[in-house]
Write a protein that binds this ligand. Structure first.
Ligand code: UDP
Length: 238
C-alpha cells in the first residue's frame, strides 16, 4: 500500500559540496539534475518544500580569511556563492517542471526576490518550491544556521539535511571502517561530541525550538521521497 506523506512542509538543506559531485568544485550538471528530480518527487506528493543551499563548492569565507582576507568580506562572497547555487537549482527545477522562487537574504532584486517570510509561506501554500539564498545575510554564520532559522520561521516540521554519507557516524566512515551509524541522537549529544552534523549555533537553535533534523544520503535515489513518507532513513536528531 502506498504510504501517505508524513509532513506538510519541510526544509531541505543542501550543502554546496553536494552539487560539485566528482568535479570537487562548481556545479555538476548531472548531479543538480538528479537532485531536482528527487525534489520533484516530494512536490508531486503535495508536500511543501523550502530549500537552503550552501556555497562551499564555490567559496568558503573561513578558508579565504585564513589566507589573509577580511573575514566579513570573505563571508559576503560566500553568501554570493549560495545565490549562484540557488539560481542553478532553480533552473534545474524549472527544467524538471517545478515552479520555483528564489528569495535572497541580501537584496538583489534583478535576480531574486528579497526574503519576506509571509511571501515565502504564500509561495509554499501555492505549491511553489522556495529556495532561500544568501544564507542569513550576515557574516560569521553558516547556511546550516540559515536552514535552522528559516525552517523555524516558516513553520517547517523537519529539516532534512542532505549529505554524501548515510547519516551521522561515530567517526568519519571514509577514514574509519569501524565507524557506526546512529539512527537517533539527542541535540546535546551532537553538540557535546562535536559530531559535525551542523555547527553548534544551528543545533542550539533547533534544540530550543524543538525542530527535528534528519541527516540522510541524498545520492541514494528515492531517499527523499521515502523519508517524506515516514521511513526512518539516516539519523534523526531530536
Ligand atoms: N555565509 C555567511 N553567512 C551565512 C551563510 C553563509 O557568511 O548566513 C558564508 C560563509 O562564508 C560560508 C559560505 O557563505 O563559508 C558558504 O556557506 P556554507 O559554508 O554554509 O556552505 P556549505 O558548507 O553548506 O556548502
Amino acid at each position: 500500500m502506498a504510504r501517505q506523506p508524513q509532513f506538510k512542509r519541510i526544509l531541505l538543506k543542501l550543502s554546496g559540496e553536494a552539487l560539485a559531485g566528482k568535479l570537487g568544485y562548481g556545479i555538476d550538471p548531472d548531479i543538480i539534475r538528479a537532485i531536482a528530480i528527487e525534489i520533484r518527487g516530494v512536490v508531486d506528493l503535495g508536500v511543501q518544500i523550502a530549500i537552503v543551499i550552501g556555497g562551499g563548492n564555490i567559496f568558503r569565507g573561513v578558508a579565504a580569511s585564513s589566507m589573509g582576507m577580511d573575514r566579513a568580506s570573505a563571508d559576503y562572497m560566500g553568501m554570493l556563492a549560495t545565490v549562484m547555487n540557488s539560481l542553478a537549482l532553480q533552473d534545474a527545477l524549472e527544467k524538471a517542471g517545478v515552479i520555483t522562487r528564489v528569495q535572497s537574504a541580501i537584496e538583489m532584486q534583478e535576480i531574486a526576490e528579497p526574503y519576506i517570510r509571509r511571501r515565502a509561506v504564500r509561495h509554499l501554500e501555492k505549491g511553489r518550491v522556495v529556495i532561500f539564498g544568501a544564507g542569513t545575510g550576515n557574516p560569521f554564520f553558516t547556511t546550516d544556521t540559515a536552514a535552522s532559522l528559516r525552517a523555524i520561521e516558516i513553520g517547517a516540521e523537519i529539516i532534512l539535511k542532505a549529505t554524501k554519507v548515510d547519516g551521522v557516524y561515530s567517526a568519519d566512515p571514509v577514514k574509519d571502517p569501524a565507524a557506526v551509524l546512529y539512527d537517533k541522537l539527542g541535540y546535546d549529544r551532537v553538540i557535546e561530541s562535536k559530531l559535525g552534523v551542523m555547527d553548534a549555533n544551528a543545533i542550539v537553535l533547533c534544540r530550543d525550538q524543538r525542530m527535528p533534523i534528519r541527516v540522510f544520503n541524498v545520492f541514494d535515489e528515492g531517499n527523499l521521497v521515502r523519508i517524506v513518507k515516514g521511513e526512518a532513513i539516516g539519523t534523526l536528531v531530536s
